[in-house]
Write a protein that binds this ligand. Structure first.
Ligand SMILES: O=C([O-])CC(=O)C(=O)O
Length: 160
């Protein structure tokens, strides 16, 4: 049973990062949690695609797409791969597409919005670096929790 994000805030206070960005729910799993894997990429999703091809082991992929909703960083193929490989969820500071299909996938998906336009595939970007959006820092390995209230991050050294 996952602890609600509001209860985590009550327990940890501002040690817990809480993302101000108002991300929307797109996956069939509305509450999810796991250690963060991070990627920063701008309108290019080749790196993200290769990461979800790895075993997810219950981790959460946090994608800082720079807040762009000009192109979709993930659609039903990439999200389906992530679900099949055991990723708990994907949090995207950017856009997705194939929204109807995403809603049927058994994985957590949060993103800013949707756009049918494809992203580039030049592998531009970086992985396993701290990323920051919505006044919240996502460090690789930190515990990310997401539900209908929002997305929070418990730093590695703050775990009880
Ligand atoms: O391939 C892409 O750029 C994204 C996509 O449509 C998918 O994951 O289905």
């Amino acid at each position: 049973m996952l602890t609600p994000t509001a209860d985590l805030y009550d327990r940890y206070g501002d040690v817990l990062g809480s993302c101000d960005t108002q991300l929307r729910q797109f996956g069939a799993t509305r509450a999810f949690a796991g250690p963060a894997v991070t990627v920063r990429c701008f309108e290019d999703n080749a790196l993200l695609k290769s990461i979800v091809a790895e075993p997810g082991e219950g981790r959460v992929l946090v994608v800082d797409g720079g807040g762009s909703v000009h192109t979709a960083l993930m659609g039903d193929l990439i999200a389906g791969t992530a679900a099949a490989n055991g990723w708990a969820g994907v949090v995207i500071n950017g856009a997705v597409r194939d929204v109807t299909a995403l809603a049927a996938l058994p994985i957590g998906i949060k993103a800013l919005g949707a756009n049918p336009r494809k992203s580039a595939k030049a592998e531009a970007g970086e992985r396993d670096v701290p990323v920051s959006f919505g006044n919240c820092v996502f460090t690789p390995g930190a515990e990310v929790h997401s539900d209908d209230d929002g997305v929070v991050v418990l730093p590695v050294d703050a775990r009880e």
